[in-house]
Design a protein around this ligand. Structure first.
Ligand code: SF4
Length: 287
């Protein structure tokens, strides 16, 4: 069967992830006197982490505590991943005099600034996103009075009598954002709602949906722990298109794609080009 494969233009590493990986590589390759640690897995991709570990980076738990941090060697340098960290973690790192390499994505920093401004004005903050996700946990720590909501149902249970600020996780999908925004505005016309989805997310999700409209099946490549990859897969599935979420490109076999003649391929923001190429090679070899 003649098979057409369409790859999304916006697939794979976003600017924030690229920057964090570049910071790691620069430190590992150019600063031999330093021992690099990342606070949590730098990105949600095992093969990239393995490569960085082979060059000398060590990965600490995302919630490394004082005991662990104060036990780091004197030449330690600690890389903060694109999700950022909590205010308490920043304070702890500074208190322990740790050399920090801050890979927090500039977009996450911009959301944090909105929250800090609201906090300084005594306003509560609602963060729309996944409870427990590192970006959300980090952002929440900068609010004085913060709440996380993940759904319209949770938004319907909010209680406010004065203005409050609403932001969202950078990787949220637009349908959830709009639905929760409408629910909040219906009950609280005084809410100050900021759409803080990042452009990388916006472009990947919009393009994935467009591909769903013209393809017979979709492949989404990304790590299991990657929020934005999971959302891409959910968006494709909810369009009704047969969707294959590939989390382990090396061991993935394309046999189930055999019946499809037009296949769309996209990838989350933490998926390296090498994983995309691997999948494309397997698809093209499919007879
Ligand atoms: S997905 Fe957006 S916010 Fe997250 S690292 Fe990439 S550019 Fe930054």
């Amino acid at each position: 069967m003649k098979r057409e494969i369409i790859v999304a233009r916006e697939a794979g590493f976003c600017a924030g992830v690229r920057r964090a990986v570049q910071l790691a590589n620069d430190s590992l390759e150019k600063e031999s006197g330093k021992k690099l640690f990342s606070l949590g897995p730098l990105i949600h991709n095992p093969s990239v982490i393995e490569e960085l570990e082979a060059k000398g980076m060590s990965v600490l738990g995302p919630a490394a505590e004082e005991k662990e941090l104060s036990g780091l060697p004197s030449n330690a340098r600690l890389l903060i991943r694109a999700h950022g960290v909590t205010r308490e973690q920043y304070d702890l790192l500074q208190k322990n005099g740790i050399d920090i390499l801050d890979g927090t994505c500039p977009h996450v920093i911009a959301i944090r600034k909105i929250i800090e401004r609201a906090a300084s004005e005594g306003e509560p903050v609602v963060i729309l996103g996944d409870k427990g996700h590192a970006e959300v946990t980090g952002l929440l720590s900068f609010a004085k009075d913060g709440t996380v909501v993940s759904s319209v149902e949770e938004a319907a249970a909010l209680k406010f009598e004065k203005p409050f600020t609403v932001v969202c996780q950078s990787t949220l999908d637009s349908a959830t954002f709009e639905a929760v925004k409408n629910e909040i505005l219906k009950r609280f016309p005084f809410a100050k709602i900021r759409n803080t989805r990042c452009q990388a997310t916006e472009k990947r999700q919009t393009e994935a949906l467009a591909l769903c409209g013209v393809c017979d099946a979709m492949i989404v490549i990304g790590g299991l722990g990657s929020a934005n990859s999971n959302r891409l897969a959910e968006i494709c599935k909810s369009s009704g298109k047969e969707t294959f979420f590939v989390t382990d490109p090396k061991n993935w076999e394309p046999d189930d794609l055999r019946p499809y003649s037009k296949i769309g391929v996209t990838a989350g923001a933490s998926t390296p080009q090498s994983d995309i190429d691997l999948i494309l090679g397997k698809l093209r070899a499919l007879v």
